[in-house]
Design a protein around this ligand. Structure first.
Ligand SMILES: NC(=O)c1ccc[n+]([C@@H]2O[C@H](COP(=O)([O-])OP(=O)(O)OC[C@H]3O[C@@H](n4cnc5c(N)ncnc54)[C@H](O)[C@@H]3O)[C@@H](O)[C@H]2O)c1
Length: 252
């Protein structure tokens, strides 16, 4: 049976790597993103892929996107809530607008996107969901990202709560916690952290690599392979888990 997987924030970075990895492994991928052109451009280069505009901060749009996928592509067997944002600022300077923006995408958006997918899976008593959290979802010892840390700890807790309630409905739910991943988000964070520390982006990058026992920046595909594993039958008895994929940068 064909596996149909929806991915949020799939147009770039980790989400795009997840779409590529899953497509190469034979899944039918639906690339969704607030950047519709980016989603369509990626889907055009993947075997058997589809694209769909989706801003996860709009809960009604999440439900609508899932309904469109079910009608036009087929029954969703898996869902990856990957869309996320970050902005760096000292805790004392984070205002309501920044807090709301971060929580709106990373936690509220993920909640309603994963819920929309879970609702159609529940009706069939079968499915698998992966939420993308972060190393900053397991430790708060992270500079200038207090709102992001709060959102990602929320994702780890939500993953457990979802797994607990959805297990009797045949749905597994896990999250993946990446470390220092080389994406556009990282390029922005290198600039911010350098400015906030009064140094340059290359020095920050060297520090992040020095903080990683495996001695290199993480690549989006490092995350994508673990997502593919969690969606595979090899992970059939794993649920409620938040798997660190960070080259040893944080061990819990
Ligand atoms: N890069 C890292 O070091 C790192 C580390 C840990 C966790 N993460 C997490 O991995 C995920 C992907 O991060 P990335 O580094 O690939 O970021 P990125 O900025 O490179 O890509 C994020 C994607 O999400 C999309 N997006 C943003 N807001 C959206 C919204 N409201 N609705 C739908 N799509 C939206 C963007 O258009 C973009 O395509 C995020 O959840 C992020 O928090 C990243």
């Amino acid at each position: 049976m064909t596996s149909i997987v929806g991915v949020t924030g799939g147009a770039s970075g980790i989400g795009a790597a997840i779409c590529r990895e899953l497509a190469e492994r034979g899944h039918t991928v639906v690339v969704t993103d607030v950047d519709e052109a980016g989603a369509r451009a990626l889907a055009a280069h993947l075997p058997a892929a589809h694209a769909c505009a989706l801003d996860v901060t709009d809960a009604a749009a999440c439900a609508h996107a899932v309904a469109v996928i079910e009608r036009e592509v087929g029954p969703l067997t898996a869902w990856v809530s990957n869309a996320g944002v970050s902005r760096m600022a000292p805790f004392l300077e984070i205002d309501e607008a920044q807090f709301d923006f971060t929580l709106d995408v990373n936690l509220r958006g993920l909640f309603f996107a994963s819920q929309a997918a879970a609702r159609v899976m529940a009706a069939r008593k079968s499915g698998c969901i992966v939420n993308i959290a972060s190393m900053a979802g397991k430790q708060g010892r992270v500079p200038f990202l207090a709102d992001y840390v709060a959102s990602k700890f929320g994702v780890v807790g939500l993953t457990q709560a979802m797994a607990f309630e959805l297990a009797p409905l045949g749905i597994r739910v896990n999250s993946v916690c990446p470390g220092f991943v080389a994406t556009d988000m990282q390029v922005r964070e290198l600039e911010w952290e350098a400015r906030l520390r009064g140094t340059d982006p290359d020095s920050v990058k060297r520090q992040w690599i020095a903080d990683t026992p495996m001695g290199r920046l993480e690549q989006p595909q490092d995350v994508a392979r673990v997502v593919a594993f969690l969606l595979s039958p090899d992970a059939a008895f794993i649920t409620g888990e938040s798997i660190a994929v960070n080259g040893g940068a944080f061990m819990d």
